[in-house]
Unconditional design. Structure first.
Length: 210
């Protein structure tokens, strides 16, 4: 909304940062009224860290190998998040389990490269998802943006976008087609959150104003 306050984001990632870059591009050209306050990576060499630095965004590394378990890692991540004025946490190719604090339930979103509840859950991420989609023979796949809870790929769904599965698809070609839908879906979900239009009702998310 014109003149409204930008939504402050923390972005968590583990890899190249293409989803982060997509958000930064939308912010940079005015399509998304948001500000990335901090980028946190679970890997020291993640390409997303350099993308963040090029845009002047503060970066933090919470390397998964440095913690005895995901509980300790989660506590450290929240310590860093809470040092910034964060409204919404965006999981953007974050490959570790995050234990979400009670205060942040309904304030953490994730994007998954399939139409949840299909092809999701522990162990299904990245190209593994597209491999399973192709093997299954389904004709349509897509992406899902959802509120994250403390189960894998489980929280209430905000929005979904579809993509066809073609007879000659490989995991690479299918991933590229699905990512084109992700590029639309994730900024849209952030925008709706920032405008206060998302209301969680049990397992459903109502979008105010249609």
């Amino acid at each position: 909304m014109a003149g409204s306050k930008p939504v402050n984001l923390a972005v968590l990632l583990s890899g190249g940062g293409t989803t982060l870059q997509n958000l930064l591009d939308h912010i940079g050209d005015g399509r998304l009224n948001a500000r990335v306050q901090v980028v946190i990576s679970s890997r020291r060499g993640a390409g997303g860290l350099e993308r963040a630095r090029r845009h002047g965004v503060k970066t933090v590394v919470c390397a998964s190998r440095d913690y005895p378990d995901f509980e300790e890692m989660s506590l450290d991540i929240w310590r860093h998040v809470e040092q910034h004025p964060v409204d919404l946490v965006c999981l953007a190719g974050f490959m570790c389990f995050l234990r979400i604090k009670q205060a942040f339930l309904g304030r953490v979103i994730n994007i998954h490269p399939s139409l949840i509840p299909a092809f999701c859950g522990k162990g299904l991420y990245g190209h593994r998802v597209h491999e399973e989609v192709i093997k299954s023979g389904v004709k349509v796949t897509g992406c899902t943006v959802h509120f994250a809870d403390n189960e894998y790929d489980h929280g209430p769904i905000i929005l979904q976008r579809t993509a066809p599965v073609l007879d000659d698809d490989t995991p690479d070609t299918l991933a590229a087609r699905v990512f084109e839908q992700e590029r639309i879906a994730y900024p849209e979900a952030v925008r709706l959150f920032g405008e206060g239009r998302l209301k969680i009702e049990g397992r459903r998310v109502r979008v105010a104003g249609g």
